[in-house]
Design a protein around this ligand. Sequence first.
Ligand code: SAH
Ligand code: SF4
Ligand code: F3S
Length: 479
Amino acid sequence: MYNDNPTLEGLKKEIDESKQGEVFFQGEAANTADAGNKHFYIESYGCQMNFSDSEIVASILAESGYRPTRNMEESDLILINTCSIREKAEETVRKRLRIFDKVKESRPGTLVGVLGCMAERLKSKFLEQEKLVDLVVGPDAYRDLPALISTAEEGDKGINVFLSREETYADISPLRLDSNGVTAFISIMRGCDNMCSFCVVPFTRGRERSRNAFSIVAEATDLYEKGYREVTLLGQNVDSYKWENPETGAPVTFAQLLEMVAQVHPDLRVRFSTSHPKDITDEVLYTMARNENICKYIHLPVQSGNSRVLDLMNRTYSREWYMDKVRRIYEIMPDCAISSDIIAGFCTETEEEHAETLSMIEFAQYSMSYMFMYSERPGTLAERKFEDDIPEEIKKRRLQEIVRLQTATSLQHNQKDIGKTFKVLIEGDSKKSDQDFKGRNTQNKMLVFPKKSDLQPGDYCYVKVNEVTSATLIGEIVD
Ligand code: SAH
Ligand code: SF4
Ligand code: F3S
């Protein structure tokens, strides 16, 4: 679910960092009929939830007459949607703010706004530390943006970091920015009630709440009708989705929601992220197995392969429990791919315990992982209770060992696909050549293959795999 991996300099990067700091462009917004003359520019960092939130922000701004632009120099409002998950993520934001300061100096009157998790974490401190910032807006306060902008235009600072127990932006139709027109995210819940000891998210995103199931299905239907062919249901912990139909009092579980979205159309693929191992149920696994269009891919972050460390992390499962979950997934769906998030060098982790994380990669046969060095975050349980006592060099070395093993495991995983034929949803041109398409199979693996003239993005085709790297399958279309 997370895109950046700033700790891997010098190593082959497994992580798609290309989206970090992505500048959103017109997309559908170019056609926004009632858009005014003012322009906003927005950069997003962090997880997919943040990218999805930027589309909600864009929709709110379009309603009040702002058009998106890719050119910071011509914008009246520069926004940065921020992440606090690791120290490096916050440093990146500070660096970008220095650039925005320069634009502001050359174009007085330009407003700079900080949105998202770092705004929530630092609140008014941000305005003290960053004198040129005009707006500080937390993840639950985006409806207030037009009013806050007016305040800032009058020369006062605009701040709203109120966290809500209800806000899900259910009625807001996100403005799909910089979209490929084929795949889209749908937020199904907000916040997180798990208190993983290392994690800042419960503090920056507030309490967990689930969005109206009918509004989710309506959004998926609308996307399908507009030509989209894949939706990813997003939440920090999607398996604890729970919404009660106010008319009937009947609860909707995540498994039921999955089925409802899968029924929108057999050609609409459904993905979801992230699953907490403690909450994913057999009902979800059987629902996946039953529906061809629910992709056979589960992001199931383990964090550590050792039970004592998992206990310190407050993940509420043990190594053995996690292994049983993995076995269950492969038992119900032998062709399912599983990926993970892994933290190297959490407080007090020993070499033996680190070795158990390595062996978990082999056991679970992850198709890929997002891998990080532990970064202590202010206010978290771990910061208050434990010492961040693993020296930087040791964290780095452990991370390198994890990355090397995962890269080899990903390569082996992909090598098993040589000679196989997969149904692929074409997403667009490959990064390297406009003669090639790229698209994913159900296991979320990226395939690259020569174009065929009668096919276009949004079409499905069958691709036979001829060769692989640790990150990509290379093949050709077969009939
Ligand atoms: N809700 C998701 C994860 C959200 S954060 C889940 O429970 O899996 C994405 C990932 O960032 C986490 O899975 C974790 O691996 C990593 N992460 C979170 N806090 C971190 C910290 N303080 N230091 C290093 N990595 C961290
Ligand atoms: Fe953070 Fe844990 Fe919540 Fe994920 S489940 S967002 S790691 S507290
Ligand atoms: Fe996401 Fe970063 Fe916030 S990972 S929830 S943007 S702290």
